[in-house]
Design a protein around this ligand. Structure first.
Ligand code: FUL
Length: 468
């Protein structure tokens, strides 16, 4: 029988735990076990992917000429003179992000209109041609400096689809152009944590058809920012979650079969399934990022100021993204004056308060006693100091050692040894959160890992009491 806070896995009946078991949750003590982990032949995250996942929550900032034209997709013919965010204060963006509990921001350095928020040498279609700061300004610089000053990591979105570039569609020339833009972004603005490649392309049948040189593009990012993760439908490091509603698949594997989604911007039911759920037997570690806007649109439109998502909606998204082994990238678009509107700033603050309330009363110090039960299942039981109404259960695998849990169940002792099922699910990964519709008062908790792949690594279980 294994008895420790976090259980160790089992291989051929032998107990083990990770030698370097880093606690997933800061307050929990390091596992005392020192026996080396016999790593199964399963994909594992890189340090950059681990850091990305541990951020849990990042803010997306859609800002550019669309902010001034009131559009979602610009066509590249915008006059740069319309870009004049007279009160622009990236410190306000960064403070709002930090106050919301985000650990990174991702800025649209270039959207599909091709307008660059930095003074790129590759094009006239940029802030340098605008009246803002007399053409001397650089939003990428101000935003990245402000974010770092608030302790946030920086990511950049640079749209491959470019409706302004005259060389777009002349594939070799545009690939050179795009690589030159990425090179500017990845060499002049310090450490970049994430590079975001969206898959949109609205060129019609007579449109310009660009063949992107993805191996070269990805190779350039790897060379210039080796610690950055690259996001796209096809990764290579982080995959799109397959919708823009804030809903990760359930189950959600961080592993994928790389033969299913091979390039950004390709559609189809099997592709969306793989993006949503990952692939249990996938050979590549490519966790899903859930991007969703706090408003109906990605860019700020004054007409949507009253349509900012409610706190309940945002909390629901928290559970269907972070709570389903994904990471939340919540878009909060700055307005024309260069500031995030008060409605959004306030909502972000309320969202944080709502999360703090949900997770305020953690049952700390629970001792989990783990044992093997017939049928290759593992069961952990913890006795609560007193009967407590449980409202949320948060579990996490030590994903440094891969994702292993296929199915689990959580029961509570509702009195005199009567077990009642509280939740069940498929996959845990970095984080699985189950919110009980009605809090249940229990004296003991029991977690059963009903099925795992080859060798489950440490699973940490946290329980939160309902606020009375
Ligand atoms: C999509 C774009 O077309 C949208 O405008 C937005 O940027 C979204 C996050 O990605 O591909």
């Amino acid at each position: 029988m294994l008895s420790r806070r976090a259980f160790a896995g089992l291989v051929a009946g032998a107990a083990f735990a990770a030698a370097d078991a880093r606690p997933m949750f800061a307050h929990q003590p390091k596992s005392a076990t020192v026996r080396p982990l016999p790593l199964a032949a399963r994909p594992l995250p890189t340090p950059a992917q681990l850091a990305w996942q541990r951020d849990e929550f990042a803010l997306f900032l859609h800002f550019g000429v669309n902010t001034f034209t009131n559009r979602e997709w610009g066509d590249g013919t915008e006059d740069p003179s319309i870009f004049n965010p007279s009160l622009l204060d990236c410190g306000q963006w960064a403070r709002a992000a930090r106050a919301a509990g985000a650990r990174a921001v991702i800025l649209t350095a270039k959207h599909h209109d091709g307008f660059c928020l930095w003074p790129s040498k590759t094009t006239q279609h940029s802030v340098a041609s605008s009246p803002w700061r007399s053409g001397q300004g650089d939003v990428v610089r101000e935003c990245s400096d402000a974010a770092r000053a608030e302790g946030l990591r920086v990511g950049l979105y640079c749209s491959p689809w470019d409706r302004n570039a005259s060389v777009y569609g002349d594939s070799p020339r545009y690939n050179d152009f795009y690589i030159a833009q990425l090179t500017e972004l990845l060499t002049q603005y310090g450490d970049i944590a994430e590079v975001w490649f969206d898959g949109a392309n609205g060129e019609g049948p007579n449109g310009r058809r660009q063949v992107y040189d993805w191996p070269r593009i990805w190779g350039t990012v790897r060379r210039l920012q080796p610690n950055a993760v690259m996001f796209s439908d096809a990764g290579p490091d982080v995959r799109w979650i397959g919708n823009e509603r804030g809903s990760a698949g359930d189950p959600n594997w961080s592993t994928v079969n790389p033969a299913i989604v091979t390039a950004p911007g390709v559609d189809g039911p099997e592709i969306i399934r793989s993006l949503q759920h990952g692939d249990r037997d996938g050979t590549v570690w490519r966790p899903g990022e859930t991007d969703v806007s706090i408003r109906p649109g990605w860019f700020h439109h004054a007409a949507e100021d009253a349509k900012v998502k409610s706190v309940d909606d945002l909390v629901g998204i928290w559970f269907s993204s972070v709570g389903r082994n994904s990471k939340l990238l919540l878009n909060v678009p700055p307005a024309r004056d260069g500031l995030i509107a008060a409605a959004d700033v306030n909502r972000l603050r309320e969202f944080r308060s709502a999360r703090e309330a949900l997770f305020a009363d953690e049952l700390t110090g629970l001792e989990w006693a783990w044992r093997v039960v017939p049928g290759r299942q593992l069961e952990g039981v913890a006795v609560l100091p007193r009967a407590t109404a449980i409202s949320v259960i948060r579990m996490g695998e030590l994903i440094e050692h891969g994702q292993q849990v296929v199915r689990y169940r959580v029961d509570g002792d509702v009195g005199h040894g009567a077990w009642r099922e509280l939740s069940r699910g498929e996959t845990i990964g970095y984080c699985k959160m189950d919110r009980l519709a009605v809090p249940v008062s229990v004296t003991r908790l029991r977690v059963t890992i009903e099925e795992f792949l080859d060798s489950p690594s440490t699973v940490l279980v946290r329980a939160f009491a309902a606020r009375t």
